[in-house]
Design a protein around this ligand. Structure first.
Ligand code: ZN
Length: 480
Protein backbone atom coordinates (compact mmCIF):
# COMPACT_ATOMS: atom_id res chain seq x y z
CA UNK A 1 0.00 0.00 0.00
CA UNK A 2 2.73 2.41 0.93
CA UNK A 3 4.58 1.48 -2.27
CA UNK A 4 1.49 2.15 -4.37
CA UNK A 5 1.08 5.62 -2.91
CA UNK A 6 4.72 6.46 -3.52
CA UNK A 7 4.48 5.24 -7.10
CA UNK A 8 1.45 7.43 -7.73
CA UNK A 9 3.12 10.48 -6.25
CA UNK A 10 6.10 9.96 -8.52
CA UNK A 11 3.83 9.62 -11.55
CA UNK A 12 1.97 12.73 -10.60
CA UNK A 13 5.18 14.65 -10.24
CA UNK A 14 6.36 13.48 -13.63
CA UNK A 15 3.09 14.53 -15.17
CA UNK A 16 3.35 17.89 -13.48
CA UNK A 17 6.87 18.28 -14.82
CA UNK A 18 5.71 17.44 -18.32
CA UNK A 19 2.90 19.99 -18.06
CA UNK A 20 5.34 22.60 -16.80
CA UNK A 21 7.80 21.95 -19.62
CA UNK A 22 4.99 22.02 -22.16
CA UNK A 23 3.74 25.31 -20.74
CA UNK A 24 7.27 26.74 -20.87
CA UNK A 25 7.62 25.74 -24.48
CA UNK A 26 4.23 27.21 -25.32
CA UNK A 27 4.93 30.46 -23.55
CA UNK A 28 8.39 31.02 -25.07
CA UNK A 29 7.98 32.48 -28.57
CA UNK A 30 10.78 32.85 -31.15
CA UNK A 31 12.18 36.37 -31.51
CA UNK A 32 13.34 38.52 -34.47
CA UNK A 33 15.94 41.12 -33.70
CA UNK A 34 16.72 43.83 -36.26
CA UNK A 35 19.89 45.87 -36.03
CA UNK A 36 20.86 48.79 -38.19
CA UNK A 37 24.16 50.52 -37.62
CA UNK A 38 24.53 48.52 -34.41
CA UNK A 39 21.28 49.73 -32.97
CA UNK A 40 18.09 47.83 -32.46
CA UNK A 41 15.35 48.99 -34.77
CA UNK A 42 11.67 48.55 -34.03
CA UNK A 43 9.83 50.54 -36.62
CA UNK A 44 11.57 53.07 -38.89
CA UNK A 45 14.88 53.92 -40.56
CA UNK A 46 15.42 57.25 -42.31
CA UNK A 47 18.04 57.62 -45.05
CA UNK A 48 18.89 60.37 -47.51
CA UNK A 49 18.00 59.87 -51.10
CA UNK A 50 20.93 58.57 -53.19
CA UNK A 51 22.77 57.36 -50.06
CA UNK A 52 23.89 53.74 -50.16
CA UNK A 53 21.63 51.51 -48.09
CA UNK A 54 22.75 48.30 -46.45
CA UNK A 55 19.81 46.15 -45.38
CA UNK A 56 19.69 45.73 -41.57
CA UNK A 57 21.14 42.66 -40.00
CA UNK A 58 18.54 40.27 -38.57
CA UNK A 59 18.84 37.70 -35.86
CA UNK A 60 16.34 34.95 -35.03
CA UNK A 61 16.37 33.27 -31.63
CA UNK A 62 14.31 30.51 -30.22
CA UNK A 63 15.04 28.78 -26.91
CA UNK A 64 18.52 30.22 -26.95
CA UNK A 65 19.08 28.76 -30.34
CA UNK A 66 20.18 30.90 -33.31
CA UNK A 67 17.69 30.40 -36.13
CA UNK A 68 18.60 33.50 -38.21
CA UNK A 69 18.75 31.36 -41.35
CA UNK A 70 15.02 30.76 -41.11
CA UNK A 71 14.13 34.47 -41.49
CA UNK A 72 12.99 35.71 -44.91
CA UNK A 73 12.37 39.31 -46.02
CA UNK A 74 11.68 41.38 -49.16
CA UNK A 75 14.28 43.77 -50.64
CA UNK A 76 12.12 46.54 -52.04
CA UNK A 77 14.01 49.71 -51.03
CA UNK A 78 14.84 52.06 -53.93
CA UNK A 79 17.29 54.66 -52.61
CA UNK A 80 17.12 56.80 -55.72
CA UNK A 81 13.44 57.56 -55.17
CA UNK A 82 11.97 59.52 -52.30
CA UNK A 83 9.29 57.47 -50.48
CA UNK A 84 8.41 55.01 -47.70
CA UNK A 85 9.38 51.38 -48.20
CA UNK A 86 8.26 48.41 -46.06
CA UNK A 87 10.49 45.50 -45.22
CA UNK A 88 8.54 42.48 -43.94
CA UNK A 89 10.50 39.91 -41.95
CA UNK A 90 9.01 36.41 -41.57
CA UNK A 91 10.02 33.57 -39.31
CA UNK A 92 8.25 30.18 -39.30
CA UNK A 93 9.13 27.54 -36.76
CA UNK A 94 7.24 24.82 -34.89
CA UNK A 95 3.80 26.22 -34.29
CA UNK A 96 4.97 29.78 -34.64
CA UNK A 97 4.62 32.17 -37.54
CA UNK A 98 6.31 35.45 -36.54
CA UNK A 99 6.23 38.61 -38.64
CA UNK A 100 7.95 41.95 -38.14
CA UNK A 101 7.74 45.06 -40.23
CA UNK A 102 10.00 48.11 -40.48
CA UNK A 103 9.65 51.19 -42.62
CA UNK A 104 12.59 52.65 -44.58
CA UNK A 105 11.95 56.33 -45.18
CA UNK A 106 13.98 57.68 -48.14
CA UNK A 107 14.01 61.47 -47.79
CA UNK A 108 15.47 64.54 -49.53
CA UNK A 109 16.70 67.03 -47.00
CA UNK A 110 19.03 68.97 -49.30
CA UNK A 111 17.93 72.52 -50.16
CA UNK A 112 17.86 73.66 -53.75
CA UNK A 113 20.51 76.14 -54.93
CA UNK A 114 19.68 79.51 -56.52
CA UNK A 115 22.41 81.20 -58.50
CA UNK A 116 22.11 84.83 -59.58
CA UNK A 117 23.35 86.20 -62.87
CA UNK A 118 25.04 89.53 -62.18
CA UNK A 119 26.07 90.90 -58.83
CA UNK A 120 24.24 90.19 -55.60
CA UNK A 121 24.45 93.87 -54.85
CA UNK A 122 23.37 96.29 -57.55
CA UNK A 123 22.40 99.93 -58.07
CA UNK A 124 18.96 100.87 -59.33
CA UNK A 125 16.21 103.45 -58.89
CA UNK A 126 14.23 100.87 -56.88
CA UNK A 127 13.85 97.11 -56.54
CA UNK A 128 10.89 97.40 -58.89
CA UNK A 129 12.85 99.17 -61.59
CA UNK A 130 15.90 96.91 -61.35
CA UNK A 131 16.02 95.06 -64.62
CA UNK A 132 16.45 91.40 -63.74
CA UNK A 133 19.73 90.01 -65.03
CA UNK A 134 18.62 86.42 -64.52
CA UNK A 135 18.96 83.44 -62.16
CA UNK A 136 18.91 79.65 -62.13
CA UNK A 137 17.65 77.20 -59.53
CA UNK A 138 18.76 73.58 -59.33
CA UNK A 139 18.06 70.76 -56.91
CA UNK A 140 19.93 67.57 -56.12
CA UNK A 141 16.72 65.57 -56.59
CA UNK A 142 14.45 67.61 -58.93
CA UNK A 143 17.15 68.97 -61.25
CA UNK A 144 16.43 72.34 -62.87
CA UNK A 145 13.61 74.11 -61.03
CA UNK A 146 14.28 77.64 -62.28
CA UNK A 147 10.63 77.95 -63.32
CA UNK A 148 9.53 77.43 -59.70
CA UNK A 149 11.37 80.51 -58.43
CA UNK A 150 9.17 83.28 -57.09
CA UNK A 151 10.36 86.88 -56.82
CA UNK A 152 9.40 89.46 -54.28
CA UNK A 153 10.44 93.11 -54.37
CA UNK A 154 11.11 94.89 -51.14
CA UNK A 155 12.31 98.45 -50.86
CA UNK A 156 16.00 97.62 -50.82
CA UNK A 157 16.13 94.06 -51.96
CA UNK A 158 14.78 91.54 -54.38
CA UNK A 159 14.01 88.16 -52.80
CA UNK A 160 14.19 84.89 -54.71
CA UNK A 161 12.46 81.82 -53.21
CA UNK A 162 12.23 78.25 -54.41
CA UNK A 163 11.00 74.97 -52.90
CA UNK A 164 11.85 71.51 -54.12
CA UNK A 165 9.32 68.67 -54.29
CA UNK A 166 10.21 67.71 -50.70
CA UNK A 167 9.43 71.24 -49.52
CA UNK A 168 13.04 72.16 -48.85
CA UNK A 169 13.15 75.91 -49.33
CA UNK A 170 15.98 78.23 -50.33
CA UNK A 171 15.72 82.01 -50.04
CA UNK A 172 18.35 84.40 -51.35
CA UNK A 173 18.48 88.15 -51.81
CA UNK A 174 19.86 90.65 -54.21
CA UNK A 175 20.60 93.92 -52.45
CA UNK A 176 19.33 96.93 -54.39
CA UNK A 177 21.17 100.10 -53.52
CA UNK A 178 18.80 102.90 -54.32
CA UNK A 179 20.97 105.15 -56.42
CA UNK A 180 20.45 107.20 -59.54
CA UNK A 181 23.47 108.47 -61.41
CA UNK A 182 21.74 109.20 -64.69
CA UNK A 183 20.83 112.83 -65.34
CA UNK A 184 17.50 113.76 -66.88
CA UNK A 185 17.22 114.02 -70.66
CA UNK A 186 16.10 117.37 -72.02
CA UNK A 187 14.68 117.43 -75.52
CA UNK A 188 14.05 120.76 -77.17
CA UNK A 189 10.78 121.32 -78.94
CA UNK A 190 11.31 123.10 -82.24
CA UNK A 191 14.74 123.75 -83.68
CA UNK A 192 17.99 124.25 -81.80
CA UNK A 193 18.64 127.40 -83.82
CA UNK A 194 15.79 129.88 -83.73
CA UNK A 195 15.71 133.10 -85.78
CA UNK A 196 13.81 136.18 -84.67
CA UNK A 197 13.48 139.39 -86.59
CA UNK A 198 14.64 142.42 -84.66
CA UNK A 199 11.89 143.86 -82.40
CA UNK A 200 9.64 140.83 -82.91
CA UNK A 201 8.63 138.91 -79.79
CA UNK A 202 10.62 135.79 -78.97
CA UNK A 203 8.43 132.88 -77.89
CA UNK A 204 10.31 129.91 -76.56
CA UNK A 205 9.20 126.70 -78.33
CA UNK A 206 9.56 124.77 -75.04
CA UNK A 207 11.12 121.49 -74.01
CA UNK A 208 10.41 117.98 -72.78
CA UNK A 209 12.18 116.27 -69.91
CA UNK A 210 12.38 112.58 -69.14
CA UNK A 211 14.27 110.80 -66.39
CA UNK A 212 15.19 107.18 -65.72
CA UNK A 213 13.97 107.34 -62.10
CA UNK A 214 11.72 110.34 -61.56
CA UNK A 215 8.32 110.36 -63.22
CA UNK A 216 8.31 114.12 -63.12
CA UNK A 217 11.13 116.64 -62.99
CA UNK A 218 10.09 119.89 -61.40
CA UNK A 219 13.52 121.41 -60.78
CA UNK A 220 13.94 123.12 -64.15
CA UNK A 221 15.64 126.42 -64.85
CA UNK A 222 15.48 128.36 -68.11
CA UNK A 223 18.08 131.10 -68.47
CA UNK A 224 17.85 133.43 -71.41
CA UNK A 225 19.76 136.53 -72.45
CA UNK A 226 17.66 137.09 -75.57
CA UNK A 227 17.28 140.78 -76.40
CA UNK A 228 15.26 141.13 -79.56
CA UNK A 229 15.84 144.87 -79.75
CA UNK A 230 19.46 144.28 -80.67
CA UNK A 231 20.78 142.09 -83.47
CA UNK A 232 23.05 139.34 -82.27
CA UNK A 233 23.30 135.71 -81.24
CA UNK A 234 21.74 134.81 -77.89
CA UNK A 235 21.51 131.67 -75.82
CA UNK A 236 18.68 130.06 -73.90
CA UNK A 237 19.98 127.51 -71.40
CA UNK A 238 17.69 124.82 -69.98
CA UNK A 239 18.86 123.08 -66.83
CA UNK A 240 17.08 120.15 -65.18
CA UNK A 241 17.95 118.46 -61.88
CA UNK A 242 16.48 115.13 -60.79
CA UNK A 243 15.70 114.05 -57.20
CA UNK A 244 19.18 112.53 -56.90
CA UNK A 245 20.76 115.84 -57.88
CA UNK A 246 21.88 114.72 -61.30
CA UNK A 247 21.98 117.74 -63.54
CA UNK A 248 21.84 118.16 -67.29
CA UNK A 249 21.56 121.19 -69.47
CA UNK A 250 21.06 122.03 -73.11
CA UNK A 251 21.34 125.26 -75.08
CA UNK A 252 19.30 126.87 -77.82
CA UNK A 253 20.75 129.59 -80.07
CA UNK A 254 18.55 132.55 -80.83
CA UNK A 255 19.62 134.69 -83.77
CA UNK A 256 18.14 138.17 -83.81
CA UNK A 257 18.51 139.61 -87.30
CA UNK A 258 17.32 142.55 -89.33
CA UNK A 259 17.28 143.19 -93.02
CA UNK A 260 18.57 146.75 -93.35
CA UNK A 261 21.41 145.82 -95.66
CA UNK A 262 22.98 146.39 -99.00
CA UNK A 263 22.95 150.17 -99.03
CA UNK A 264 25.90 152.25 -100.06
CA UNK A 265 28.57 149.93 -98.97
CA UNK A 266 30.80 150.35 -102.00
CA UNK A 267 34.33 150.93 -100.93
CA UNK A 268 33.65 149.30 -97.57
CA UNK A 269 33.61 145.71 -98.68
CA UNK A 270 35.17 144.25 -95.56
CA UNK A 271 32.62 141.97 -93.92
CA UNK A 272 30.21 142.32 -96.83
CA UNK A 273 28.71 139.15 -98.29
CA UNK A 274 28.29 138.92 -102.06
CA UNK A 275 26.03 135.95 -102.76
CA UNK A 276 26.74 134.70 -106.29
CA UNK A 277 24.65 132.01 -107.99
CA UNK A 278 26.09 130.12 -110.96
CA UNK A 279 24.76 127.89 -113.75
CA UNK A 280 21.08 128.99 -113.63
CA UNK A 281 18.40 129.88 -113.98
CA UNK A 282 16.64 126.68 -112.94
CA UNK A 283 13.42 125.61 -111.26
CA UNK A 284 15.01 126.47 -107.87
CA UNK A 285 15.83 130.04 -108.83
CA UNK A 286 12.38 131.42 -107.96
CA UNK A 287 12.62 130.11 -104.40
CA UNK A 288 16.01 131.79 -104.08
CA UNK A 289 14.58 135.04 -105.42
CA UNK A 290 11.67 134.81 -102.94
CA UNK A 291 14.09 134.41 -100.03
CA UNK A 292 16.29 137.30 -101.16
CA UNK A 293 13.19 139.46 -101.52
CA UNK A 294 12.01 138.56 -98.02
CA UNK A 295 15.20 140.08 -96.55
CA UNK A 296 15.63 142.77 -99.20
CA UNK A 297 19.02 141.37 -100.14
CA UNK A 298 20.61 141.89 -103.55
CA UNK A 299 22.75 139.18 -105.10
CA UNK A 300 24.53 138.31 -108.34
CA UNK A 301 23.48 135.61 -110.84
CA UNK A 302 26.03 134.23 -113.31
CA UNK A 303 23.60 132.91 -115.87
CA UNK A 304 23.91 130.50 -118.79
CA UNK A 305 21.55 129.58 -121.63
CA UNK A 306 19.66 127.37 -119.19
CA UNK A 307 16.26 128.03 -117.67
CA UNK A 308 13.41 130.32 -118.46
CA UNK A 309 13.71 133.88 -119.71
CA UNK A 310 11.20 135.12 -117.17
CA UNK A 311 13.54 134.25 -114.31
CA UNK A 312 16.36 136.34 -115.79
CA UNK A 313 13.87 139.17 -116.21
CA UNK A 314 12.81 138.81 -112.62
CA UNK A 315 16.43 138.77 -111.38
CA UNK A 316 16.98 142.07 -113.11
CA UNK A 317 13.67 143.63 -112.08
CA UNK A 318 14.25 142.80 -108.42
CA UNK A 319 17.56 144.65 -108.42
CA UNK A 320 20.04 141.80 -108.68
CA UNK A 321 23.05 141.84 -110.94
CA UNK A 322 22.61 139.59 -113.96
CA UNK A 323 26.16 138.55 -114.82
CA UNK A 324 27.29 135.98 -117.38
CA UNK A 325 28.99 132.59 -117.09
CA UNK A 326 29.05 131.41 -120.79
CA UNK A 327 26.17 129.96 -122.72
CA UNK A 328 27.11 126.29 -122.92
CA UNK A 329 29.31 125.82 -119.82
CA UNK A 330 31.04 123.19 -121.96
CA UNK A 331 34.74 123.24 -120.98
CA UNK A 332 35.93 121.58 -124.20
CA UNK A 333 34.12 124.18 -126.22
CA UNK A 334 34.68 127.42 -124.29
CA UNK A 335 38.36 126.85 -123.64
CA UNK A 336 39.16 125.60 -127.16
CA UNK A 337 40.24 129.06 -128.28
CA UNK A 338 39.84 132.75 -127.53
CA UNK A 339 37.35 133.01 -130.36
CA UNK A 340 35.39 130.04 -129.22
CA UNK A 341 35.15 131.50 -125.69
CA UNK A 342 33.88 134.90 -126.79
CA UNK A 343 31.44 133.35 -129.28
CA UNK A 344 29.92 131.33 -126.50
CA UNK A 345 29.93 134.31 -124.14
CA UNK A 346 28.27 136.48 -126.75
CA UNK A 347 25.29 134.12 -126.94
CA UNK A 348 24.42 134.51 -123.28
CA UNK A 349 25.30 138.20 -123.39
CA UNK A 350 22.72 138.70 -126.13
CA UNK A 351 20.16 136.71 -124.21
CA UNK A 352 20.58 138.92 -121.14
CA UNK A 353 20.64 142.12 -123.15
CA UNK A 354 17.37 141.17 -124.87
CA UNK A 355 15.67 140.43 -121.57
CA UNK A 356 17.02 143.27 -119.44
CA UNK A 357 17.98 146.02 -121.87
CA UNK A 358 21.33 146.13 -120.17
CA UNK A 359 24.63 144.91 -121.49
CA UNK A 360 26.14 142.52 -118.90
CA UNK A 361 29.73 143.39 -118.02
CA UNK A 362 30.46 141.06 -115.12
CA UNK A 363 31.70 137.58 -116.01
CA UNK A 364 32.78 134.40 -114.30
CA UNK A 365 34.80 131.71 -116.02
CA UNK A 366 33.35 128.19 -115.87
CA UNK A 367 35.48 126.44 -113.24
CA UNK A 368 36.91 129.82 -112.19
CA UNK A 369 40.00 131.54 -113.58
CA UNK A 370 42.17 129.11 -111.58
CA UNK A 371 40.69 126.04 -113.31
CA UNK A 372 42.91 123.25 -114.53
CA UNK A 373 40.23 121.69 -116.70
CA UNK A 374 41.38 123.99 -119.53
CA UNK A 375 44.95 122.63 -119.52
CA UNK A 376 44.28 120.82 -122.77
CA UNK A 377 44.80 124.30 -124.25
CA UNK A 378 48.01 125.52 -122.67
CA UNK A 379 47.95 129.11 -121.41
CA UNK A 380 44.35 129.82 -122.43
CA UNK A 381 43.38 131.21 -118.99
CA UNK A 382 46.29 133.61 -119.02
CA UNK A 383 45.14 134.94 -122.36
CA UNK A 384 41.41 134.97 -121.55
CA UNK A 385 41.70 136.71 -118.16
CA UNK A 386 43.73 139.42 -119.84
CA UNK A 387 41.43 139.61 -122.83
CA UNK A 388 38.13 139.98 -120.90
CA UNK A 389 39.60 142.93 -118.98
CA UNK A 390 40.85 144.44 -122.26
CA UNK A 391 37.35 144.15 -123.66
CA UNK A 392 35.89 146.06 -120.72
CA UNK A 393 34.49 143.24 -118.59
CA UNK A 394 35.26 142.62 -114.93
CA UNK A 395 35.64 139.00 -113.91
CA UNK A 396 35.00 137.51 -110.50
CA UNK A 397 36.15 134.33 -108.83
CA UNK A 398 35.16 133.72 -105.18
CA UNK A 399 36.58 133.80 -101.67
CA UNK A 400 34.29 131.14 -100.23
CA UNK A 401 32.73 128.06 -101.80
CA UNK A 402 29.87 126.45 -99.89
CA UNK A 403 30.70 123.27 -101.84
CA UNK A 404 27.13 122.83 -103.09
CA UNK A 405 28.53 121.47 -106.36
CA UNK A 406 31.48 119.87 -104.54
CA UNK A 407 31.82 117.83 -101.36
CA UNK A 408 28.22 118.45 -100.20
CA UNK A 409 26.91 116.48 -103.18
CA UNK A 410 28.40 113.36 -101.60
CA UNK A 411 26.04 113.56 -98.60
CA UNK A 412 23.26 110.98 -98.70
CA UNK A 413 20.05 112.90 -97.96
CA UNK A 414 18.96 116.31 -99.17
CA UNK A 415 18.69 117.33 -95.50
CA UNK A 416 22.37 116.45 -95.01
CA UNK A 417 23.32 118.32 -98.17
CA UNK A 418 21.37 121.35 -96.99
CA UNK A 419 23.12 121.24 -93.60
CA UNK A 420 26.49 120.86 -95.32
CA UNK A 421 25.92 124.03 -97.35
CA UNK A 422 24.70 125.89 -94.26
CA UNK A 423 27.69 124.81 -92.21
CA UNK A 424 30.25 125.73 -94.88
CA UNK A 425 28.65 129.13 -95.23
CA UNK A 426 28.32 129.97 -91.51
CA UNK A 427 31.84 128.73 -90.79
CA UNK A 428 33.39 130.41 -93.81
CA UNK A 429 32.07 133.96 -93.74
CA UNK A 430 34.40 136.49 -92.21
CA UNK A 431 34.12 140.04 -90.95
CA UNK A 432 37.72 140.82 -91.80
CA UNK A 433 37.51 140.35 -95.56
CA UNK A 434 35.03 140.67 -98.39
CA UNK A 435 33.03 137.51 -98.88
CA UNK A 436 32.31 136.51 -102.46
CA UNK A 437 30.34 133.32 -101.92
CA UNK A 438 30.07 130.70 -104.65
CA UNK A 439 26.62 129.05 -104.80
CA UNK A 440 24.59 127.32 -107.49
CA UNK A 441 20.92 128.09 -108.08
CA UNK A 442 20.55 124.70 -109.79
CA UNK A 443 20.69 122.92 -106.40
CA UNK A 444 17.50 122.38 -104.39
CA UNK A 445 19.34 122.10 -101.07
CA UNK A 446 21.08 125.43 -101.69
CA UNK A 447 17.68 127.02 -102.15
CA UNK A 448 16.52 125.25 -98.96
CA UNK A 449 19.51 126.45 -96.89
CA UNK A 450 19.46 130.06 -98.04
CA UNK A 451 16.87 131.42 -95.60
CA UNK A 452 18.74 130.21 -92.52
CA UNK A 453 22.10 131.25 -94.00
CA UNK A 454 20.88 134.82 -94.41
CA UNK A 455 19.33 134.96 -90.94
CA UNK A 456 22.53 133.68 -89.39
CA UNK A 457 24.65 136.26 -91.19
CA UNK A 458 22.27 139.11 -90.37
CA UNK A 459 22.25 138.17 -86.70
CA UNK A 460 26.05 138.30 -86.79
CA UNK A 461 25.86 141.82 -88.23
CA UNK A 462 26.97 141.03 -91.78
CA UNK A 463 25.80 143.12 -94.71
CA UNK A 464 24.93 141.89 -98.17
CA UNK A 465 25.45 143.45 -101.56
CA UNK A 466 25.47 142.62 -105.23
CA UNK A 467 28.50 142.82 -107.49
CA UNK A 468 28.73 145.91 -109.70
CA UNK A 469 31.47 147.46 -111.81
CA UNK A 470 32.46 149.38 -108.65
CA UNK A 471 33.08 146.20 -106.68
CA UNK A 472 36.70 145.25 -106.09
CA UNK A 473 37.45 142.30 -108.31
CA UNK A 474 38.31 138.96 -106.78
CA UNK A 475 40.77 136.96 -108.86
CA UNK A 476 42.25 133.56 -108.17
CA UNK A 477 45.85 132.73 -108.91
CA UNK A 478 46.04 131.30 -112.42
CA UNK A 479 46.98 127.67 -113.00
CA UNK A 480 46.99 127.66 -116.78
ZN1 ZN B 1 29.58 127.00 -113.38
Amino acid sequence: MKNVVRKNIILLMILLMIILIFCFILLTKPKINIKYNNKNIDNEITINVFDTFEYPTVEGKYLRKNISNKITYNKSVNTSKVGKYEINYKLRIFIYNIEKKIIVNVVDKVNPVIELVGNSEVNACSANSYEEEGYTASDNYDGDITDKVTIENNVNERIYKVKDSSNNETIIKRIINISDETPPVIKLKGKQDVYVKQNDKYTDPGYEITDNCDTEITNVKVDSNVNTSKIGVYTVTYTAVDSSNNESSIKRNVYVYNSLTGQNINGEEKGVIFLTFDDGPSSYTSKILDTLKKYNIKATFFVTSNGSDSLIKRESEEGHTVAIHTSSHNYGKVYASVDSYFKDLEKVENRVYKLTNEKPTIVRFPGGSSNTVSKFNKGIMTILTNEVLQRGYHYFDWTLSVEDAGSCTKKKTSEERRNCVYKNFTKGISKSKMNVVLLHDIKSYTADALDDMIKYALSKGFKFDRITMDTTQVHHKLNN
